[in-house]
Design a protein around this ligand. Sequence first.
Ligand code: NAP
Length: 265
Amino acid sequence: MNLELNDKVVVVTGASRGIGRAIALGMAAEGARVVAVARDKTALDKLVTEARARSKKDAVAVGADLSQLAEVERVVEEARRAGGGRIDVLVNNAGAIRGGGFLDMPDAQWLNDWSLKLMGYIRMARAVFPIMKAQGGGRIVNVVGAAARNPTATYLPGGAANAALVNFTKGLADLGAECGILVTAVSPAATRTERWDQLMEQQAKAAGKTVDEMRATAQAPYKLGRIATPEDIADVVCFLASARASFITGICITVDGGATRGVYA
Ligand code: NAP
């Protein structure tokens, strides 16, 4: 299958590790020109070297803290310049919402974590939208955790932000449809990354369990006998960004190995 991602300018946020890194490398394997964004410039530079080797195209690392509006605007300007005026695909993926007990969680934690995962996605989409509109279209793919539809008392900021982003994805897709911008979301369930390990530690503490107990409880619904790899998620993101998904917009695809109960999820 030809995804027609060759030469496309693809911005991936949170590309220094985990799911974002796998997406950036997946796009590079399809010949895309990757613009990789995160704070850890050393990790990004390493990724960019790997991406160039795969794509045989240029790839660019942009170090930035995406919880800040000014940084978002700088990133989009640098990406646009690197792409010769184009941004074909935006993958919103950078997120670091912490788990914890509701009554112990300070106000600042909610605001801080939402400024990246929620406002970071919204601001990036708002900044690339006029560029995509002017060039006649584009793709925005939001990585939105399955916590959107699966509330957990020890991960309320994550559940609420992700639920908002599913709604945002659908509403923005209506606006984008008028100008050829398709907006979709991919919803990973548990995925083996550093973040997953941190979440298990935070949630175990809040629930008064050991990390092993928490992990066993969280992984029990996965009938395939494993949780997702970052590449499982990256493959679906690449597909949605591709020419082979030209009639798909406004939806959120769950990638959970069948773990979610309910046939409409
Ligand atoms: P991860 O391994 O912790 O990676 C998170 C990425 O976000 C890193 O590249 C990190 O890079 C970047 N990031 C964090 N804070 C940032 C900031 N202020 N500005 C710019 N970049 C920032 O996480 P992951 O597991 O791959 O998760 C990726 C996305 O998938 C997240 O949005 C997460 O909510 C979602 N998700 C994950 C899972 C899971 O089980 N792992 C499940 C559902 C959804 P730097 O530290 O270098 O900035």
